[in-house]
Ligand binder design. Structure first.
Ligand code: PLP
Length: 461
């Protein structure tokens, strides 16, 4: 299996090289040259597999340059720290299926991919005799999932910048209580954008990037998308009685990463009827799907902060397929977006989008009301991100087709919104036990790129 760039500027590379490259060197995103499609026999055989075995079957189709026994071990280890035996269990509530993706160490779905990516990096770096310094900015979820993915690993250090006192207290503690030598938390007196701009600056300085082998863990890495494809299959097998039955997935979306994994599953032959893309007030993707209007708005802060995003970094991967795998068309569309802040689509393209995708934007008032109503009716607490997906789905429910809502975070992670909506304090999972009393390690620094660069230089491996 070879990988190519959405912008057509690189010669095909292997899976291993694609993982290490992250962003394609021509500025595009990496995709498999061919998406494997599955026959009915294979799908029937996969229906009963436990999560880890299913993950191995799916991932090995795309990672054929890692010996099967080693890949199996990497995958098995990646899910050891999940606290539920099914890894991503499906629970039925009030006529919908909730796919709980929050049983990993940081209580958000990003663990499913980042636990795997951390192991994969360690394996590849060792094989190549290389080292990597991961540098990233976070508003909360990605940073903690990345830190827990690489803590204590060989040949990797990680530097995560977060805005001081601007993440939730639990999110900050999930990062700063990780005191392994290879983990460096930097609390910046500034905003998330300040952090992100500094990180962009470090990666833009090619000499610095090369000298310190800077690596990224944002959702543009193909291995992250790949690990997420697995739970679409897993959930659909458990929600349906026979292979002919279709399902609808509702996916709370920010960067288009998670829902793009569903799109890949569909192309592989999974029986997905519709993918419902749910957004909060940051609704550029909803406007795209419903009106063909992909135009930049301003980012507003909401109770579902991990979806407060306007430019979805994984969207380019979908455009590549919408434009019939034509990299020139992708480049032209991105250029036009760069110049005018909007992209235009033909009627035929809009029809094609509408064949698979549905979308709904859910505001904060509706989100909180959904948390309250759902709790009243079922006794089950939704986190605000999940509630966006559940509310969006209520407009599209069909008695005939099972509906699966992706639960992207545990309610205890965003307990302020949950308490506001219901007056009920969510039960805290054991991973948070005593977290307030644990030792922490974190560098408090000014919003000063030169000082932070020098900190990275001093602590890089
Ligand atoms: C990151 C995140 C999302 C959005 O996922 P994308 O892959 O960016 O679409 C939704 N919910 C939670 C809790 C998240 O952490």
């Amino acid at each position: 299996m070879k990988y190519i760039s959405t912008r057509g500027g690189i010669a095909p590379i292997s899976f291993k090289d694609a993982v290490m490259m992250g962003l394609a060197t021509d500025g595009g995103l990496l995709l498999p040259q061919v998406i494997p499609t599955l026959d009915d026999l294979t799908l029937a055989r996969w229906r009963t597999l436990p999560y880890r075995d299913l993950a191995f079957e799916i991932i090995s189709l795309f990672a054929d340059d890692i010996p099967p026994e080693e890949l199996k071990q990497l995958i098995n280890r990646s899910y050891d720290r999940f606290t539920h035996p099914e890894i991503t269990p499906l629970v039925a509530k009030d006529g919908v299926h909730i796919l709980e993706l929050f049983h990993g160490p940081t209580l958000a779905f990003k663990d499913v991919a980042l636990q795997f990516l951390g192991n994969l990096f360690e394996y590849l770096l060792k094989e190549r005799g290389e080292k990597m310094n991961i540098v990233g900015a976070t508003s909360g979820d990605t940073g903690s999932a990345a830190i827990h993915g690489v803590r204590g690993k060989e040949n990797i250090s990680i530097f995560i910048l977060h805005p001081h006192l601007k993440t939730s207290p639990v999110q900050a503690l999930q990062m700063t209580t990780v005191t392994d030598d290879n983990v460096h938390n930097i609390a910046v007196t500034g905003t998330f954008d300040d952090c992100q701009n500094m990180v962009k600056g470090f990666f833009g300085d090619l000499e610095f990037k090369e000298k310190y082998s800077l690596g990224a863990v944002n959702s543009i890495n193909w291995a992250r998308v790949l690990a997420q494809v697995v739970y679409y299959f897993y959930a659909s097998f458990r929600a349906t009685g026979d292979p002919a039955e279709k399902v609808i997935f509702s996916v709370p979306t920010g960067n288009f990463g998670d829902i793009f994994a569903g799109y890949i599953a569909k192309r592989m032959g999974l029986n997905i009827d519709k993918l419902l893309l749910a957004t909060n007030e940051n609704n550029i993707l909803t406007r795209f799907i419903n009106d063909g209007d992909y135009s930049l708005g301003r980012v507003v802060s909401t109770v579902s902060p991990s979806m407060d995003i306007q430019v979805a970094s994984n969207f380019e991967r979908y455009l590549y397929y919408l434009f019939h795998e034509n990299p020139d068309a992708v480049r032209r569309a991105l250029e036009s977006f760069g110049e005018s802040g909007r992209m235009n689509f033909s009627l035929e393209q809009r029809r094609q989008v509408g064949e698979l995708f549905l979308s709904r934007s859910v505001n904060q008032e509706e989100t909180l009301k959904t948390i309250a109503d759902f709790h009243n009716e079922t006794g089950y607490l939704l986190d605000p991100h999940t509630a966006v997906g559940v509310r969006a789905a209520q407009d599209f429910t069909s008695r005939d087709i099972p509906l699966i809502c992706l639960a992207t975070a545990h309610p205890a992670k965003f307990d302020e919104a949950v308490v506001n909506a219901t007056g009920v304090q969510p039960e805290r999972p054991a991973v948070l036990d005593g977290i307030e009393g644990l030792p922490t390690r974190c560098e408090l620094m000014e919003n000063d790129p030169a000082a932070i660069r020098s900190f990275i230089q001093r602590h890089a491996i």
